[in-house]
Design a protein around this ligand. Structure first.
Ligand SMILES: [Zn+2]
Length: 307
């Protein structure tokens, strides 16, 4: 029978052995587990969080967050997270139920908080798509993305005070990149004749872009991909393209290409390069980051309007 003392010293010995076998990285401070609901937001969180966060993005590249169906694995990720970042503005119609079913205690942060919202009204549609009348695609203006970044920075500091200096430095350097991006976009738009600044896209995802950069967008489908374009809306757009001699129509990576191909066929307009509205491309694609996405879109639009 072991004496109490022998048992303790055996225990201490095995603890010492365990510790000495642990790799150095396991002793580093644990990363802050955070979740972002979709790829564009995930990229902003990654830029501010850097090495201190372990990020999971729920709706990945080319995924449609309007109509996403969460999985049991998503619920587990929420349970483990300390912070959950959402776009808000009713973009993620599925998030309330997911948060509830996961039982997560994570802080829930709406990254769009504080932006000046635009009403969902379309160009003469007037019908509501059940999204409470607010257009959720606020990230399509770089000015709004800067608000997202500030909200992300503040939320990460609140959850991980030790990282304050790192989050502030990351945010400041990323905000400077966003300023440079926006200057580049504005100078591209300035080179397009005023009367040509009109773009047709399949779903109404670019109204913040329109508001910020002075290009007019027209779409047969509303702000959510959930609802289909009505025959009346399609006919209206076909007439408008013919009347105003619009040269190209665009399809977003989350939309069905067939409707726009039909519109192109009936009007003689070209189908322009694929653009990215609600999700990034794969990392090695043309829109693997938020900055690359905005740059790709403005170049595609301006090429079509200038030619
Ligand atoms: Zn959308």
């Amino acid at each position: 029978m072991l004496t109490r003392r022998t048992a303790l010293s055996l225990l201490a010995g095995s603890l010492a052995l365990t510790c000495s076998l642990m790799p150095a990285s396991a002793q580093a401070p644990e990363k802050l587990k955070v979740v972002a609901t979709f790829s564009i937001l995930g990229d902003l969180v990654r830029n501010v969080g850097g090495d201190r966060v372990e990020l999971t993005t729920l709706v990945g590249p080319n995924g449609d967050a309007h109509v996403y169906a969460p999985t049991p694995a998503d619920a587990r990720r929420l349970t483990e997270a300390k912070v959950v970042f959402t776009n808000g503005l009713k973009f993620e119609g599925w998030i309330d139920r997911l948060v509830k079913s996961s039982g997560t205690k994570a802080a829930r942060i709406e990254a769009s908080k504080g932006i000046k919202t635009l009403k969902e009204e379309g160009h003469g549609h007037g019908h509501d798509h059940g999204h409470g009348g607010t257009d959720p695609h606020a990230w399509q203006s770089v000015g709004n993305a800067k608000v997202y970044v500030a909200n992300i920075r503040d939320a990460l500091i609140a959850a991980d005070a030790e990282g304050k200096a790192a989050y502030e430095a990351n945010a400041a350097s990323y905000l400077a990149k966003l300023d440079a991006l926006e200057a580049e976009m504005k100078s591209l738009v300035a080179g397009i004749p005023n009367d040509r600044r009109k773009i047709i896209t399949s779903h109404d995802a670019f109204r913040y872009f329109e508001d910020a950069y002075g290009i007019e967008f027209v779409s047969p489908q509303g702000v959510s991909t959930e609802s289909e374009a009505s025959a009346k809306d399609v006919a209206r757009i076909i007439q408008q393209i013919k009347r105003e001699k619009v040269s190209a129509v665009f399809v977003e990576n989350v939309s069905d290409v067939r409707l726009m191909e039909r519109i192109a066929q009936e009007t003689g307009a070209k189908v322009g390069e694929k653009v990215y509205s609600d999700a990034l491309s794969e990392p090695n694609g043309p829109a693997g980051t938020y900055i690359d996405m905005m740059r790709h879109n403005i170049r595609a639009f301006s090429a079509a309007m200038s030619s």
